[in-house]
Design a protein around this ligand. Structure first.
Ligand code: MTE
Length: 318
């Protein structure tokens, strides 16, 4: 029998990497007994499947908001991506994102705050303890994944710069450098990629700054070294490879709003009741599974975020 300690009893250094966890569960399901009689112990299997080549991170497991659903395979999470800076098809980012230089990396914090300035990635991370959060990601195109992110609350980062009362929104900007990001030579989007949140959305405890997944630093194609994850919104709000965060008083215009304003609104909350103009949003296909499942309001996070939109017309504010 494999003993799994409760999260409160677990020191980060003792934590089993998630791929191992998942493999163990599959292992148990698919015939532990057979392999055991063949002389292969679970510990050996764990060692064999541990690690995907990235640098390991130290983190604690955050169970409060974490999904208990089956994790999407590491391969799908890291080889089926949307990152238009490396091409518009989903298999290009994994092949092409090696040209992105993620170190040194600095992020500029500007706009309506008491302490604007630029910080190196190390100084951004220093005060924050990393947590693992298993979130559903629902892409606007109709597929979804369950991803074990490693990161820390966006609110904790933003508070360090002391936003003023004029900071009604937060605008996020991706690196613009066509040498490192060859997809920027095409005019498919207005570069750099820009996204935005209302300040209360940004401060919601679910909003996460991610630096890793599956226990390791983010692969470039997933938005290294620092990306946003907003699990109740369509995936395109989760902007990758961030170089600037601005506190602003007006609603930012995101890259997708600029490109197709009738199709992509500012809020982009996952909502099965409001279809995309060209397709239904009622159902989704979990990558790795055959049958479609029902899409849930706010991607299943209604308890945590529905209050942010009370009284708003969600058809107008799509
Ligand atoms: N961020 C940037 N800078 N460029 C992009 O093209 N694509 C978005 C979002 N963040 C994108 C981006 C979309 S459409 C999705 S679905 C998610 O990233 C995908 O994240 P993943 O590849 O880690 O699953």
């Amino acid at each position: 029998m494999i003993l799994i300690k409760k999260p409160v009893d677990t020191r980060p250094s003792e934590i089993t990497p998630l791929p191992v966890y998942k493999k163990r569960r599959e292992f148990i399901k698919t015939g532990l007994g057979l392999l055991a009689t063949a002389g292969i112990s679970p510990a050996v299997l764990a060692t064999a499947s541990a690690g995907y080549g990235g640098r390991k991170l130290d983190y604690s497991r955050m169970t409060e908001y974490s999904s208990k659903e089956e994790l999407t395979d590491y391969k799908d999470i890291t080889e089926y991506n949307n990152f238009y800076e490396f091409g518009t098809d989903k298999y290009s980012p994994a092949k092409r994102a090696k040209t992105l230089q993620t170190s040194p990396w600095s992020v500029k914090f500007s706009g309506h705050c008491e302490k604007p300035g630029s910080l190196q990635l190390e100084d951004i991370l220093k005060p924050h303890a990393l947590q693992e959060r298993i979130y559903r990601l629902r892409c606007v195109e109709g597929w979804s994944m369950v991803i074990p992110w490693i990161g820390f609350p966006l609110a904790d980062l933003l508070k360090r710069f002391q936003p003023t009362s004029q900071a009604k929104y937060v605008e996020f900007v991706t690196l613009k450098d066509a040498k490192q990001m060859p997809g920027q030579k095409s005019g498919v989007l207005d570069w750099p990629y820009v996204e935005g949140l209302r300040i209360d959305e940004a401060m919601n405890p679910l909003s996460l700054m991610a630096v890793g997944l599956y226990g390791e630093v983010l692969p470039n194609q997933n938005g290294a070294p620092l990306r946003l994850v907003v699990p109740w919104k369509y995936g395109f709000k989760s902007i990758k490879s961030i170089v600037e965060i601005r506190f602003v008083d007006k609603q930012p215009v995101s890259s997708w709003m600029r490109t197709a304003p009738s199709e992509y609104g500012f809020y982009s909350n996952v909502n099965p009741l409001v279809d995309h103009p060209r397709w239904s949003q009622k159902r989704e296909r979990r990558i790795g599974e055959f049958f479609k499942i029902k899409t849930r309001m706010y991607n299943g996070y209604a308890d945590e975020v529905a209050h942010l939109y009370s009284g708003m017309d969600l058809r107008k504010n799509f």
